[in-house]
Design a protein around this ligand. Structure first.
Ligand code: NAD
Length: 285
């Protein structure tokens, strides 16, 4: 069964509507975007679009490798103190003069992409916090179909700090047994064929083929690759094929239209969560 991002977003929109009823303020996200980087520009565009469609306010700060350190620090310091700002995102790759200590100026409950050391530590220590949007989006696909992760073996392909590593911790919280594979893993198939859940975020089209996921019951493709002008994931499996061998038993996500759109939406959900913690949204009676 294919689970689309649209299906997940429909449920999240309902949750969002219920939360928004309990606030008088319009949620406000500030984005520092690296205007020299294409992926930073396209991430900003998709966040801005989904935010505006859902009644959030967006303010953009365009920076690049020429922006002085002092200016980067000043922007983040001002935004962190501004009560009117509810969420702050610094898109990756960071401009060359950005320092981790500047990112760490973002207060815990405004750090809506889980970038600060405070939220990273909270994730690792099983404490409350705001965590990176892409791994949170992945977790929503399991929730969507009430998939029980406890006792399952999840194999994650990719160990980046934006996807693989935080996802490992979120899956552990649900009592899955986790393995992380990466570019130095030898014989990837040996691991994927033992998995109940395979999540790939390597950015290599065709990396995962049908013979590598024989026992899996949940396949999630996080990758966004462009091949001949078309967007594809890492999985080269035709899920639409009529005779896909156990398709009724298996949950899969498409690319495009799977994890990608849910990622931007999770930034909105994180903003609302942060506003709740900062007392800007009434707690449900
Ligand atoms: P990255 O380059 O930082 O990490 C890629 C990871 O894949 C690395 O840990 C590397 O060790 C691993 N890898 C590379 N080759 C491999 C191989 N042959 N076998 C096993 N592992 C291998 O990239 P990233 O930022 O984590 O992004 C990964 C992919 O996910 C990209 O396609 C990116 O576009 C996509 N992405 C999607 C979203 C979304 O919202 N859907 C968000 C972030 C990234």
């Amino acid at each position: 069964m294919i689970i689309s991002g649209k299906q997940v977003i429909t449920r999240l929109k309902e949750e969002m509507g219920n939360i928004l009823k309990r606030t008088k303020s319009i949620p406000h996200i500030s984005i520092l975007l690296n205007k020299e980087d294409k992926s930073s520009i396209s991430y900003t565009k998709s966040i801005s679009k989904v935010a505006r469609e859902n009644g959030f306010r967006i303010t953009l700060y365009k920076v690049d490798s020429n922006t002085p350190e002092e200016e980067l620090k000043e922007i983040l310091f001002t935004l962190s103190k501004d009560e009117d700002v509810d969420g702050i995102v610094v898109t990756k790759p960071y401009p060359s003069r950005m320092k981790k200590e500047f990112i760490n100026l973002i207060p815990k409950w405004k750090d809506i992409d889980g970038q600060t050391d405070t939220n990273i530590a909270a994730l690792y220590k099983k404490e409350e916090g705001l965590f990176p949007a892409t791994p949170l989006a992945v977790m929503e696909f399991f929730k969507e179909v009430h998939y029980i992760l406890e006792g399952k073996h999840a194999v994650i392909i990719g160990r980046s700090t934006t996807v693989g590593l935080p996802l490992y911790h979120l899956l552990l919280r649900e009592d899955a047994t986790c393995t992380i594979c990466h570019s130095k893993t030898s014989d990837l198939k040996r691991f994927t064929n033992q998995a109940d859940v395979v999540i790939t975020a390597a950015g290599i089209p065709g990396l995962i083929t049908e013979d590598m996921v024989k026992n899996a019951t949940f396949l999630i493709d996080v990758a966004i690759n462009v091949v001949n002008g078309k967007i594809v994931g890492d999985m080269a499996i035709d899920f639409e094929r009529k005779d896909y061998y156990h398709k009724d038993l298996v949950f899969v996500t498409p690319v495009p239209g799977g994890v990608g759109p849910v990622t931007s939406f999770m930034l909105l959900m994180n903003t609302l969560r942060g506003m709740q913690e900062r007392g800007k949204i009434l707690v449900e009676a």
